[in-house]
Design a protein around this ligand. Structure first.
Ligand code: TXA
Ligand code: MG
Length: 327
């Protein structure tokens, strides 16, 4: 098999997947760690490579909407409407799984998460291999998500058979996850499609994602600590908070305020655009995490549009650290 960093053709990527190997694959959200979704042994290798617990289900990727019946038993009209509107794109629909999907993929749940990624290379690889591809984000479990092929190489290079370099991810945060049961839609994870966009299309939906006490069983994988840099991270509403001595980095939407106390500042979008901020988010965190800072201070995003998904990622990145609020 080819070395993970050597250039890889789409045919080679397809053939590695078909023979049960692991391939780092580009998508518009984050890079995925792909394996044949129909082969439990190949799927088990994903969990081993990521050191991911088996209770956290994997998303199954397909290249075209007419593949849905291959992986899902039912495709409710409401799900079809969402798929037509948002696919290919950063939306995962949890639908009743078909029998060919191994229980390992869904962690024993009756539903399977399905998504068509908006990346032509990865869709073409799936067509060539003629198999659906199970792919979590290509990072070790709980760590920062990868948005470049280089991030995948640094984090999992010795555990994958190949990495397909499709450039930096355009959206930069994971897909929004919705469960669809008949006429009822439930938000399981904030992501690249905003709540506003979804509700504009289908009206108000349930938000299991905000009810932390109920979330773990229905939306496993939504752990409190996740997407975390090695450097401790705190969330701040206000830059006047005391941060102590030593090198401190700042992650901020815009570059306003007194930034002189920070040894490194990552401004995600000078104009305050949340779509641009999402695209830069994980790359900026990876950069800060490599600087051996004592602390990363992350400014809370406005709780609107993709800001909700970004705040969700910050909360999980901050885990045990206290949340600083203004004076
Ligand atoms: O954008 C994305 O979604 C990326 C790219 C690679 O497609 N994938 C990704 O996968 O973020 P991962 O494994 O890091 O997150 C998948 C999450 C699970 O932790 C869980 O919260 C939810 O999606 N999920 C997946 N399948 C599910 C299922 N059958 N039922 C409920 N939730 C599910
Ligand atoms: Mg992940």
């Amino acid at each position: 098999m080819s070395h993970p960093t050597s250039p890889l053709s789409l045919e080679q990527a397809a053939s590695i997947l078909k023979s049960g190997g692991l391939v780092g694959l580009p998508t518009e959200t984050v890079y995925g760690l792909g394996a044949n979704a129909l082969d439990p042994v190949a799927v088990a290798k994903i969990f081993a490579a990521k050191e991911r617990p088996f209770f956290d289900p994997l998303i199954v990727h397909i290249p075209d909407i007419d593949w849905v019946p291959r992986v899902a038993r039912v495709f409710p009209p409401l799900a079809h409407k969402l798929a037509q509107h948002f696919w290919p794109g950063p939306l995962t629909l949890v639908l009743p799984k078909s029998d060919i999907i191994p229980d390992l993929v869904t962690s024993g749940l009756p539903g399977v998460g399905v998504r068509i990624p908006a990346h032509d290379m990865t869709r073409q690889v799936m067509r060539l291999a003629d198999i659906p591809v199970a792919a979590p984000s290509a990072n070790p479990f709980g760590k920062l998500s990868p948005t470049t092929a280089e991030h995948v190489f640094h984090q999992l290079g010795d555990r994958v058979d190949a990495i397909l370099d499709g450039g930096p991810c355009r959206i930069g945060i994971e897909s929004t996850v919705l469960r669809v049961d008949d006429d009822r839609v439930t938000l399981l994870r904030y992501g690249g499609i905003s709540l506003e966009e979804i509700e504009d299309l289908i009206g108000p939906i349930d938000r299991l994602v905000d009810q932390t006490s109920h979330a773990p069983a229905a939306a496993p994988g939504m752990l409190t600590s996740h997407y975390a840099p090695r450097t401790p991270l705190i969330i701040a509403d206000d830059l006047s908070a005391e941060v102590g001595s030593g090198p401190v980095g700042l992650l901020t939407l815009q570059g306003d305020g007194d930034l002189s106390r920070f040894s490194q500042v990552e401004v995600l979008s000078p104009s305050g655009d949340l779509v641009t901020a999402a695209a830069n988010f994980f790359q900026a965190l990876h950069r800060l995490d490599r600087l051996n800072l004592r602390l990363i201070v992350a400014r809370r995003f406005p709780e609107t549009g993709l800001g909700r998904a970004l705040n969700d990622r910050l909360k999980r990145a901050a885990h045990q650290e206290p949340v600083i609020t203004g004076p």
